[in-house]
Design a protein around this ligand. Structure first.
Ligand code: NAI
Ligand code: MG
Length: 357
């Protein structure tokens, strides 16, 4: 019997529905061609329109509802007439935190035929796996504002680092590095200036490294890391860091590899107590919404990560090969220098799935 998975699809805002539609078409096709699993999707329309109609991004039983699924496929959230701090916190960060998806995984590769942006970077130099701490740090939600509106108003934004939180992400990162051929990990901090939380990161990296004698690892300060990514990209493989640092570095990485439109990510609960959530790295991209030109590769690649997490490695590989082949043949959207629209790229990928070589 083919394995049956229940997926919550949350397209969200802007180009979210456009790229999630594409991902669902590809997932339907790969399930059909592989015959090893089936997928059923429920479309959950929780985004900024829902917020404007009801005053809340998630219904009161929304998190409980999500827990019934094997995985969540998410598009993007953000609307021009809702403050970003509201949409991000009420939807995305609430889901990541409440479902304890503490590891955010972001693979970055130069896909076939896509030229890296910098002349210092050769396509084969970029094959990175970013591991972002996804539950605390600068996005822990601690802080506040006092004397609101007065000239002496004060705002605090407190970064939280717990021994438990840092240790669990460090273990996850070492395990990820150990599972990749080069077994190489770079731990990114800023422990010269941030002398409490990030010194704790350094100490825990030392401790955890002893459990992984096969993994070679080094430390980088985040500012120097930006230079190394551009100047010496081939020296990097798996990279771990705080919520804020990897948020920034992974956007830089996606741009170096071609476009933020191809960047994929997974919000993982490694304990598998809650469903993990898969989403393109990009946002709702108001500037191109409704034009039908959004690059669907970030969402499609995220679906491949979902299949892999569900245990469908073969299906995941089929999708990745189809993405590679579609790019190699120049079937890309404008952000990658191509001429196709979202639907045409999706159709090209589906036809590659039908005729894998
Ligand atoms: P963005 O990622 O939406 O767009 C940045 C630039 O990249 C834009 O020029 C856009 O056209 C382009 N771009 C993004 N995705 C693309 C794709 N698939 N194909 C082709 N081009 C693409 O980031 P921005 O403009 O800073 O934010 C817009 C809204 O999205 C804001 O409300 C922001 O808060 C939200 N956002 C949400 C995220 C999420 O849901 N995870 C992540 C980032 C931003
Ligand atoms: Mg970001």
């Amino acid at each position: 019997m083919p394995h049956e998975y229940k997926i919550a699809s949350m397209p969200g805002d802007g180009i979210g529905p456009e790229v999630i539609d594409a991902a669902l078409d590809v997932l339907d096709a790969v399930a059909r061609y592989s015959g090893e699993f089936t997928l059923s999707f429920d479309n959950l329309l929780w985004g900024s329109d829902f917020y404007k109609a009801t005053g809340t991004y998630l219904p009161s039983d929304g998190l409980e509802t999500l827990k019934k699924y094997d995985a969540v496929l998410f598009g993007a959230v953000g609307a021009p007439d809702v403050p970003d701090s509201v949409s991000l916190w009420e939807l995305l960060l609430t889901m990541r935190g409440s479902l304890q998806q503490y590891a955010n995984v972001r693979p970055v590769k130069c896909l076939s035929s896509i030229e890296p942006v910098s002349r210092h970077v050769r396509p084969r130099d970029i094959d990175w796996m970013f591991v972002r701490e996804n539950s605390e740090g600068e996005y822990a939600g601690q802080g506040g504002r006092t004397h609101s509106g007065f000239g002496w108003e004060v705002a605090t934004e407190v970064a939280i680092f717990t021994r438990h939180g840092v240790r669990r992400i460090m273990r996850f990162a070492f395990e990820t590095a150990a599972s990749r051929p080069r077994k190489l990990l770079t731990v990114v901090t800023k422990s010269n200036a941030q002398r409490y939380g990030l010194v704790l990161w350094d100490e825990i990296a030392e401790e955890v490294s002893k459990e992984f004698p096969d993994v070679k690892w080094d430390k980088m300060l985040v500012d120097a890391m930006t230079v190394r990514m551009v100047r010496n990209p081939q020296s990097l493989d798996t990279i771990v860091g705080t919520n804020l640092h990897i948020d920034i570095l992974s956007d830089l990485a996606a741009a170096l590899a071609g476009s933020v439109g191809i960047a994929a990510s997974a919000n993982i609960d490694p304990t598998r107590k809650s469903p993990s959530m898969f989403e393109p790295v990009h946002g709702s991209a108001f500037d191109i919404t409704g034009k039908g030109i959004a690059n669907p590769l970030g969402a499609i690649w995220s679906s491949a990560m979902m299949l892999e997490w569900l245990g469908e490695k073969q299906g995941s590989m089929l999708v990745m090969n189809a993405i590679e082949k579609a790019c190699a043949e120049g079937n890309t959207t404008g952000d990658l220098g191509g001429k196709l629209n979202t639907k045409q790229v999706t159709a090209a990928i589906i036809s590659m799935l039908a005729n894998p070589v």
